[in-house]
Write a protein that binds this ligand. Structure first.
Ligand SMILES: [Zn+2]
Ligand SMILES: [Zn+2]
Length: 277
């Protein structure tokens, strides 16, 4: 049997997610997963906004996420490995806030994300009919290359994230050909620094109809010597936990990988794909 885990899940300690860590764990057990990581949102530069932050007060939300996760770890010790993670947004924008975020708990796993460019709102909110999407994408990959150099993360989340919203807005998926060299740069940095690339399967169920990043980009990562991948659903409700992980593994296999990793205390643990499966 293929060993499945989900290393990107949001609990109700994220502003946009609805279920408790306990409900997530029960769903994961029902679906036969052996491990999960709870990775609630922490948009690092917004920590400073405290109670006024539109995404909630991270000073309260993240310690609460850690606390719920540790409780669940104990409760489900016999059936499910529960890891303490964080989805750290924009770690390069404000180093002081970033180090504060990393001090909220003793994390096993840190996902690094870029949800918005410096001085812009989340890609979700931008109007791509009024802005040059290629310019936005250029800035996105530049910021990701910068983020890939950040020392204190484990896996780079949902590469190609803006495509989710650009394609919804303009009605087609823009070509990433102009950014190939930049994406190569990002991969070389990850490989040199022993970081993972995330396969985020949420795109399988949205208009993109593919993982983030997609098969072609994953092939390139492998070609350049990429070995470490994590897989996550980016679930924002307990019914989404584990959904698409098998398809994510299938995509990884097509790209030439024969294993993925999960993280315990920031150390990658290899999970070989079961070829009989
Ligand atoms: Zn994200
Ligand atoms: Zn997420």
């Amino acid at each position: 049997m293929m060993k499945l885990c989900d290393f990107h899940i949001h609990s109700n300690n994220s502003f946009d997610a609805e279920n408790t860590v306990d409900e997530i764990c029960r769903s994961a057990i029902d679906k036969g997963l052996f491990a999960v990581a709870i990775t609630d949102h922490c948009e690092a530069p917004m920590i400073k906004d405290g109670e006024n932050c539109e995404f909630g007060c991270f000073d309260k939300l993240i310690p609460s996420s850690v606390n719920d996760t540790l409780k669940a770890r104990e409760k489900y010790a016999d059936t499910l490995s529960v890891f303490c993670g964080i989805e750290l947004g924009e770690p390069m924008h404000d180093p002081e806030s970033t180090s504060k975020a990393l001090g909220y708990g003793d994390f096993d796993f840190v996902l690094a994300s870029v949800h918005n460019l410096r001085n812009f709102r989340d890609f979700y909110y931008l109007d791509y009919s009024k802005t040059d999407y290629n310019e936005i994408l250029k800035c996105y990959f530049d910021e990701l290359a910068e983020t890939a150099e950040f020392p204190f993360f484990d896996s780079l989340a949902h590469l190609t994230y803006p495509l989710r919203y650009i394609s919804q807005n303009i009605g087609f998926i823009p070509s990433l050909n102009p950014f190939r060299n930049r994406i190569d740069d990002i991969f070389k940095i990850l490989i040199r620094n022993n970081k993972s690339l995330e396969i985020n399967v949420s795109g399988l169920f949205k208009n993109l109809n593919s993982t983030l990043p997609d098969l072609e980009i994953l092939k390139r990562y492998k070609e350049l010597g990429g070995e470490l991948i994590t897989i996550g659903t980016d679930a924002h409700s307990s019914d989404m936990v584990g959904r698409g992980i098998k398809e994510g593994i299938e995509t990884a296999r097509k790209a030439g990988f024969d294993r993925y990793v999960y993280y315990e205390a920031h150390t990658p643990v290899l999970v070989p794909f079961d070829l009989d499966d």
